[in-house]
Design a protein around this ligand. Structure first.
Ligand code: ATP
Ligand code: MG
Length: 283
């Protein structure tokens, strides 16, 4: 049995449960539960506030956990970062009132900065030899300058919309974050085996999320050109069609390249293009 700590509610809860589910590990999504058990894998779930996850994994109360890299950085917990998971992307940035002229990190000298991330901010200030007062606020950090609580803020930004609506501008991107899978440093061999199994599943899920399966009809004399557009895992599959001079071509493409490839394929005469989601990629 291996135990995983995940956020009980909040931004990472849904994606964490979805990742486990796609990996064939069905966990309870009941929000107010503390401990749960997967129906189809020897795994226990511990639902916690995200702030508590790094320490709980570091001290072995949980073997592994899913949490934002920002929380790992802020707690300084001694854990292994096993995988970046590609969701919950955000950054922690310094922002100042939009009418101020920004002159570089020295702008913050002698100023006060409101944040929920005093450790990461303290490290940044020390590195840049800036003396500033750090005011720890747990929520609604972005209103601090307008409320006269601080001159600037150090807070999570994803689109930047919250900053703009509070009359602030982002001036330094200090810490890039996304959800990560973390593990205790002294995991037993039995648990390591379960973790390896989970990792194998996570990797095939994340690879499949990046891929699309594409099928199309193509004039047979264009197959050579199509092959140069579509480098597949091995090579695309080409099958003759009943109609003389035409074939059907199947391949896998990276989701980010999809539209670019489709335009190129249309140019060489591809028709009836179908794009399907890939459920799993097993290398
Ligand atoms: P908890 O009640 O568990 O302490 P919280 O209020 O501290 O939750 P959430 O707002 O749910 O935290 O955010 C959880 C994590 O999601 C953050 O630590 C960060 O890694 C990531 N995150 C936060 N804000 C954003 C955002 N705007 N876009 C993307 N990811 C974000
Ligand atoms: Mg929290």
């Amino acid at each position: 049995m291996i135990r995983i700590a995940i956020q009980s509610k909040g931004r990472l809860n849904e994606d964490s449960c979805a990742l486990l589910k796609d990996a064939g590990i069905t966990v309870d999504e009941v929000k107010r539960k503390f401990l749960g058990k997967a129906a189809d894998f020897p795994l226990e779930t511990l639902y916690l506030r995200d702030d508590d996850i790094p320490e709980v994994v570091a001290d072995g109360s949980s073997d592994i956990g899913i949490v934002g890299l920002n929380e790992v950085g802020e707690t300084g917990a001694d854990v292994t970062i096993v995988r970046k998971l590609g969701f919950g992307r955000c950054r922690i940035s310094l922002a100042i009132p939009k009418n101020e002229e920004y002159t570089g990190p020295q702008w913050f000298e002698g100023k006060s900065i409101a944040t929920s991330y005093p450790k990461i901010l303290g490290d940044y200030l020390a590195k840049n030899k800036v003396n500033a007062t750090v005011r720890v606020i747990k929520g609604s950090v972005e209103i601090a300058p307008a409320a006269g609580i601080a001159d600037a803020i150090f807070d999570i930004v994803s689109s930047g919309g919250t900053l703009v609506s509070n009359g602030l501008k982002e001036v330094e991107r200090v810490f890039e974050s996304e959800a990560v899978l973390i593990a205790n440093k002294n995991i037993t061999p039995e648990k390591q085996e379960l973790l390896d199994n989970i990792l194998f599943r996570f990797d095939s899920v994340s690879e499949s999320r990046d891929m699309k399966y594409i099928l199309m009809n193509l004039p047979s004399d264009k197959v050579g050109e199509a092959l140069s557009i579509l480098p597949a895992m091995r090579s695309p599959t080409v099958m003759p069609l009943a109609a003389e001079g035409w074939c059907s071509l199947h391949s896998v493409v990276k989701a980010e390249d999809l539209w670019d490839k489709i335009m190129q394929l249309k140019k060489i005469g591809a028709e009836g293009i179908l794009v399907l989601n890939v459920d799993k990629v097993i290398a």
